[in-house]
Ligand binder design. Structure first.
Ligand SMILES: [Ca+2]
Ligand SMILES: [Ca+2]
Ligand SMILES: [Ca+2]
Ligand SMILES: [Ca+2]
Length: 257
């Protein structure tokens, strides 16, 4: 019996290690964010699945399938994302209006892996990168208490193209500058400070971040049809859609050589 429990404990340890460990290799070359994965570096990185249902019903593999690779250098993180989506749909031209109901890639990032609430602050980010390559997150609430959707296009470079071999497949390449929790959109700062541009952090070997990747898929409905992510989130009150509120559900990402 004791042996049996030891075996189960060992399996649980292996399993929890397997689901929690995500590593990014350092890229030895300059990465060009152009939607062409022709850098030799991309051959070094392993594919990671985007196969966990967060919202809606599990899509067929023709409806949605996704996987990604991640690398880094001192200046930024690099993502190569391969998305199969039968219909690309961008119903709202305004990047700040109901962006989660358009096809979009969602990059969850917590610079210091602190976890915790980030819904109306910059303890962590939930960048929604739309098909027009614009990036939006929820910022601090407006003075009247309404939601404040902020464009953060200078945080992310994004380019995608359809695969030549498989037309429903999109090859999406991104570079993400990492900002810590001192980030502010500067609306309340004095003019002098406004002019001082905020800098992303310099990344280094061994650094740990919180990370999760997801895709909102809509093929023509009013609201998104399903939401798929890279992390198996434990539901709270029946909901797994927690990433935009708390960084506690992100995976730990370690930068390695
Ligand atoms: Ca490239
Ligand atoms: Ca679809
Ligand atoms: Ca944080
Ligand atoms: Ca779609």
């Amino acid at each position: 019996m004791i042996k049996y429990f030891k075996f189960i404990t060992m399996l649980l340890v292996i399993f929890s290690f397997h689901v929690s460990a995500l590593e990014a290799l350092k890229s030895p070359e300059k990465m060009i964010v152009d939607g062409n994965a022709d850098e030799t570096s991309w051959q070094l990185a392993r594919w990671q699945p985007i196969d966990q249902l967060i919202l809606g019903e599990m899509p067929s593999k023709e409806d949605f399938a996704g996987r990604f690779k991640i690398m880094w250098d001192e200046a930024q993180l690099y993502l190569l994302v391969e998305i199969t989506d039968d219909v690309l749909f961008d119903q709202h031209a305004d990047p700040r209006h109901l962006y989660w109901d358009d096809d979009c890639l969602e990059i969850f990032l917590d610079e210091d892996a602190s976890g915790g609430n980030h819904q109306f602050n910059y303890n962590a980010f939930a960048y929604h990168v739309a098909l027009d390559n614009q990036s939006v997150d929820i910022g601090e609430k407006n003075a009247d208490g309404s939601d404040n959707f902020v464009l953060l296009n200078d945080h992310i470079s994004s380019a995608w193209r359809r695969s030549e071999k498989s037309p429903n497949k999109v090859i999406w390449e991104l570079a993400v500058r990492v900002y810590d929790d001192s980030f502010s959109i500067q609306k309340t700062m004095p003019t002098l400070m406004k002019n001082k541009k905020q800098q992303p952090v310099t990344l280094s070997l061994g650094k740990k971040l919180g990370f999760m990747l997801a895709y909102c898929d809509n093929d023509g409905s009013k609201e998104r049809e399903h939401f798929m992510g890279s992390v198996d989130i434990k539901a709270v009150n029946g909901s797994k859609n927690l990433g935009y509120i708390t960084a506690d559900v992100f995976q730990q990402l370690t930068l390695i050589n």
